[in-house]
Design a protein around this ligand. Structure first.
Ligand SMILES: NC(=O)c1ccc[n+]([C@@H]2O[C@H](COP(=O)([O-])OP(=O)(O)OC[C@H]3O[C@@H](n4cnc5c(N)ncnc54)[C@H](O)[C@@H]3O)[C@@H](O)[C@H]2O)c1
Length: 292
């Protein structure tokens, strides 16, 4: 396996790819955002290992020991590297740290978001700029920062995946995180533009609501949860990140080689339908009208 540096030179990978079978056999992946077992990234890591990938995780600060404990629950315990995406020092040291563990990177998962409480929960009209700036930096700009930090380790054809919440419409309570997701979607398109020459694919998975720590900390998240419990055309389980993780795995694999700048929805189809005021758009013939 060869590794292309940002400048275009080529280095030999220090660590050989794994020889197992599966959708992601031999892939070396960096997965950010594993905190607890409810983290979407935990489920991405789990399925990636089951499909033959070798991983490193990242975490930071007080979250580090929590991530370390959660990592022990995975099929194989991956190393956990320090990365606060707002730290230029952490970003500068990331490529060396990953190189020491995996040699090169065939894929990256960005599963990171944060907004101060004042930027969520209905305070949209009063949120001060510093809170907005924090949300945008950690939730959107960090995608670019993470990818460029890792670029020296990425061979042509590598895949980058981020986690999105459909920013095509305004959601109750989601407020400046919704704006940050709109920015993340735009960042994705520009990364796709600038990295396409090297066939590096950059895509998002837009997931439906899932009861992670981050989601539950949104004031008024019960309203979002209710929408996702009742409205998607395909029933959506807010406690199951599995469908979202599978979508990430496919994007990390070699099976979508011409797909970049894309938003793949793993949301039960909610983005595609008109949300009616009743519970479901279609009544089940066997029990209508009671199931509506
Ligand atoms: N849960 C949902 O309903 C849902 C739906 C769609 C998309 N998403 C997105 O999925 C991603 C993961 O969220 P989750 O729901 O699994 O929640 P989570 O709380 O498990 O994960 C959020 C992660 O962001 C990390 N993080 C925050 N600030 C950071 C920083 N400065 N540097 C590095 N890491 C930092 C946290 O440590 C945590 O691991 C986020 O981008 C989120 O917006 C979540």
């Amino acid at each position: 396996m060869t590794v292309h540096t940002v400048a275009g030179s080529v280095a030999e990978s220090a660590v050989p790819a794994t020889g197992r079978s599966g959708l992601l056999a031999g892939k070396r992946l960096l997965v950010t955002g594993v905190l607890t077992k409810s983290s979407i990234a935990y489920h991405v890591a789990q399925i990636a290992q089951q499909e033959g990938a070798q991983l490193v995780l990242t975490s930071f600060g007080r979250a580090m020991p929590i991530t370390e404990a959660t990592a022990r629950e995975l099929p194989q315990r991956p190393p956990v590297l320090r990365l606060d995406v707002t730290s230029s020092e952490d970003l500068a040291g990331l490529a060396d740290a990953v190189h020491g563990e995996l040699g090169a990177l065939d894929g990256i998962v960005h599963s990171i978001a944060f907004a101060p409480q004042g930027a969520l929960g209905g305070a949209f009209l009063d949120t001060p700029w510093p809170d907005v700036a924090t949300a945008l930096e950690i939730s959107a700009y960090s995608f670019k920062a993470l990818v460029t930090a890792c670029l020296p380790l990425m061979p042509d054809g590598a895949s980058v995946v981020g986690l999105d919440f459909d920013a095509g419409q305004a959601w109750p309570s989601y407020d400046w995180m919704g704006v940050s997701k709109a920015a993340l979607e735009a960042v994705t398109r520009y990364l796709a533009l600038y990295l396409g020459e090297r066939r590096i694919r950059v895509n998002l998975v837009a997931a439906g609501f899932l009861r992670s720590l981050a989601a539950r900390s949104i004031p008024g998240s019960a309203r979002l949860e209710e929408i996702w419990r009742t409205k998607p055309p395909i029933a959506w389980d807010v406690n199951d990140p599995g469908p979202t993780a599978k979508a990430c795995a496919v994007l990390l694999s070699d099976w979508l080689p011409s797909t970049t700048g894309e938003i793949l929805h793993a949301d039960g189809g909610l983005h595609a339908v008109v949300v009616l005021t009743g519970a479901r758009a279609i009544r089940c013939p066997s029990c209508a009208p009671s199931c509506a």
